[in-house]
Design a protein around this ligand. Structure first.
Ligand code: 3HC
Length: 401
């Protein structure tokens, strides 16, 4: 079945972005939230993004009106009874998402596919709660949705193969790149990205300046600094996602105190006008928060490789666990987060191959000794190095050259 009529639950940054790309691709969309004002705000956001596309000459003015005409705002769940696909992009809370799908199971046609845009929760678990596990899957988009090409397609244990195939085809039809990944906490990209974000926050808690971190990361070729990116995604999202990864993977994702402090202070990022940065600057309140966490200051000079190596090691875990194959791991990190690439080729595994896996292993061992066991190198790296597969310089690493 190809999807013509769709419904998006949640008119926040992700829901509005998804609604926009579906409507641009000629699908009808019902955009729902719990309050009319949230829906109206979401519709305004879409209209303003489309208007900016018109100004850039990327969209004809009459096409903008046609796209907007395909999106209907609603707060009434009964408006979704005839849709072919529901995508949920509400708050990262198992109970809220589970209750929503359970309710929809009684409203939607039996053949309607259910998708969650969860960042970290188990797709299989939500599928079970929904009551239609064979028609349920994860469709994980990346912020800002109109700009990021990747959609992770995540079948649960009981998802029918044809539902995965249809959803992948639909993602191609909206000009996204679907990559099928295994259902595990954080899936592929958030596992790797949040492992690095976790390290960024530990470095910040040590007193290393956010501007230094963001600048060094951008100098290394990433499109945004990690703290700017977190301000864009929202610290409320971080508050929900980090503990899930900590519960799943233990000390590779240590608990963070700064995220709670930012939330307590209402500094959620761009959505509240204040996050780590306020108008691009660090203010006294933020400095005070960090000082209360790191009275003795940073232990060692900062190197951006400390952050990138976290991505590499987690990527190796994902490879070894079969979350995705090496090509897809790298492609997903390029398309979902802008990991540095040349002609579209790049990503953490290729980065490691370029550096030399022997050097990567040695550096991870040093970091494990100085920073802690969260840097413990994955045993696959040791196997590769012992076998002389050192990366580009020997013609074979994670890839062949
Ligand atoms: N909303 C919608 N569209 C946006 C946008 C926004 N906030 N910001 C930028 N864009 C669009 C622009 O309109 C432009 O589209 P166009 O090519 O059709 O005109 C395109 O993005 C490029 O924008 P710019 O040229 O102005 O800006 P940049 O070249 O600086 O790129 C970026 C902006 C694409 C956001 C780039 O900085 C980037 O790739 N950043 C990394 C983003 C990232 O890592 N996202 C993943 C976050 S994690 C996540 O979402 C998972 C979730 O579970 C938490």
């Amino acid at each position: 079945m190809s999807y013509k009529r769709t419904a998006i639950f949640g008119a926040g940054a992700m829901g509005t972005g998804i609604a926009q790309v579906l409507a641009v691709a000629s699908m009808d969309v019902v955009l729902l939230d719990i309050k009319t004002e949230f829906v109206e705000k979401g519709l305004k956001k879409i209209a303003s993004k489309l208007e900016s596309d018109v100004k850039k000459g990327k969209l004809a003015p009459d096409e903008k009106d046609r796209v907007l005409g395909r999106i209907k705002g609603s707060i009434d769940r009964r408006d979704v009874k005839d849709v072919d696909l529901v995508i949920e992009a509400v708050i990262e809370d198992r109970k809220i998402k589970g209750d929503l799908f359970q309710g929809l199971n009684g409203i939607c046609k039996p053949e309607t596919a259910f998708a969650t845009n969860t960042s970290t929760l188990s797709v299989t678990d939500l599928a079970t709660l929904s009551g239609r596990p064979d028609k349920f899957l994860g469709l994980h988009f990346f912020n800002p949705v109109p700009a990021m090409k990747l959609v992770e397609v995540i079948p649960g244990l009981d998802t029918a193969q044809e539902v995965t195939n249809e959803a992948s085809a639909a993602m191609k039809s909206i000009k996204k790149v679907p990559i099928v990944v295994q259902d595990c906490p954080g899936f592929l990209v958030n596992r790797i990205l949040l492992s690095y974000m976790n390290e960024v926050l530990l470095a910040t808690e040590e007193g290393i300046s956010p501007e230094l971190i963001d600048n060094e990361v951008k100098k290394a070729g990433f499109p945004m600094g990690p703290l700017e990116l977190s301000d864009m995604v929202g610290w409320d999202v971080s508050l929900h996602t980090f503990p899930i990864l900590h519960d799943a993977y233990g000390e590779r994702f240590p608990s963070l105190r700064l995220v709670q402090k930012l939330n307590d202070a209402g500094r959620l990022g761009l959505k509240t006008g204040k996050g780590v940065y306020v108008n691009g600057q660090i203010d006294d309140e933020f400095r005070g928060m960090v000082a209360s966490l790191s009275p003795s200051g940073s232990r060692s000079p900062f190197s951006v490789n400390r952050l990138i190596l976290k991505q590499v090691n987690e990527a190796v875990y994902c490879l070894q666990e079969g979350v995705a194959i090496a090509e897809d791991i790298d492609r997903a990190m390029v398309l979902g987060t802008g990991f540095p690439s040349k002609d579209g080729v790049g990503g953490p595994l290729r980065w490691a191959d370029e550096k030399g896996l022997d050097r990567v292993l040695a550096r991870l061992e040093d970091l494990a000794a100085t920073e802690g066991p969260r840097f413990w190198p994955h045993h696959l790296l040791k196997t590769y190095v012992a076998a002389g597969r050192l990366g580009k310089k020997t013609g074979k690493g994670f890839f062949e050259y």
